[in-house]
Design a protein around this ligand. Structure first.
Ligand SMILES: [Zn+2]
Length: 259
C-alpha cells in the first residue's frame, strides 16, 4: 500500500472512550509521511494525519520528529484534549502562510519497537497468569519508554516466587517465534466471547463503526487491544521479571524489563 492510499487518520479525531482506527494500526510500518498542520499553540500542533500512536491504557505515546519549513523539532509526546490530538513539541514553531503548514512526520522507530516489545510481552505474561490462575483479572498495566513495565493482577494467596518464575514461559513464547496479528470483529459478536475484552486493553474498544480490534498471539492470547504490537514474538528481546510486590491484600505487582 502506498502512502497516498492510506486511510484517513480517523484516530486524529478520536474521542475519549471510543477507540478510533489509528493510522499506525492500518500501516504499522509507516514511520515517515507528509502531513499538514491544522492548528498550532505554544509548543504543540494538531496535524491532519499522524502515524504516531497517542498512547493510553498505560502505554506511553509514540515520539518522533517534525520537519517543518523552519527546521526540525522533536515530538516528545501526544496528548488528547477534548478529542483533539495534540503533538507536543520540544520547541515552538511558527506557521505563517499556507506552505508553512506542510510538514514531514517521523516516528522514532526505536521507541516504537521498545514499547511494542514490552506491550506484546505483557499480553504473553497476562495469558500465562490467566492460564495458571484461571479467571485472574488485570488491575493495571504500564509500559514505559525506558524499557520497563509492570502489570498488576488481582491475586491473593499465591507464592510470589511462582509469579517471579513466569518470565521463563514468556521467553519460551518469544523464542517460539509466534505470529502476532490484528483482526477486526463485529463488536456485538465479540461481546459474547468471554475474556476477549480485558483491562490490559489500550484505550477502550470498539471503533465508532462498531468494530473491535483483536490482537491474536497464535495459541497464546487473544484479546481486544488498541496498542502497538510486534508482528512476531521473536522480535522481542529477552524478557525478565525484576520484582513481585504485594499491593494490598489482593493485588500483586509484577515489574519487568527487556534484557
Ligand atoms: Zn495490546
Amino acid at each position: 500500500m502506498t502512502e497516498s492510499s492510506a486511510p484517513a487518520p480517523s484516530g486524529a479525531g478520536g474521542t475519549v472512550g471510543v477507540m478510533a482506527v489509528y493510522l499506525c494500526h492500518e500501516l504499522p510500518d509507516l514511520h515517515e509521511h507528509e502531513a499538514r498542520i491544522v492548528d498550532v499553540a505554544p509548543g504543540r500542533v494538531v496535524l491532519d494525519r499522524s502515524a504516531l500512536h497517542p498512547g493510553g491504557g498505560g502505554q506511553v505515546s509514540d515520539v518522533g520528529w517534525l520537519d517543518h519549513a523552519g527546521g526540525t523539532v522533536g515530538i516528545v509526546g501526544v496528548e488528547t484534549v477534548d478529542g483533539v490530538v495534540w503533538h507536543v513539541l520540544d520547541a515552538d514553531i511558527e506557521v505563517v502562510g499556507d506552505a508553512a503548514g506542510a510538514v514531514r512526520v517521523r516516528v522514532d522507530a526505536d521507541h516504537r519497537s521498545r514499547v511494542a516489545q514490552l506491550h506484546t510481552d505483557s499480553h504473553i505474561l497476562n495469558a500465562l497468569v490467566y492460564d495458571r490462575f484461571p479467571g485472574t483479572l488485570v488491575t493495571g498495566a504500564q509500559v514505559n519508554a525506558d524499557g520497563t513495565g509492570r502489570m498488576d493482577f488481582d491475586l491473593s494467596d499465591v507464592d510470589n516466587d511462582v509469579l517471579r518464575g513466569l518470565d521463563a514461559g514468556v521467553n519460551d513464547v518469544i523464542r517460539g517465534a509466534v505470529e502476532v496479528r490484528s483482526v477486526y470483529v463485529d463488536a456485538t459478536d465479540a461481546g459474547t466471547t468471554a475474556g476477549l475484552v480485558r483491562s490490559l486493553s489500550v484505550a477502550p474498544p470498539p471503533t465508532p463503526d462498531g468494530r473491535l480490534r483483536i490482537i491474536e498471539i497464535t495459541g497464546v492470547d487473544r484479546q481486544a487491544c488498541g496498542g502497538t504490537h510486534l508482528a512476531n514474538t521473536a522480535e522481542s528481546r529477552p524478557f525478565r521479571i525484576t520484582k513481585v510486590e504485594n499491593k494490598g491484600k489482593r493485588n500483586r505487582r509484577i515489574r519487568f524489563v527487556l534484557d
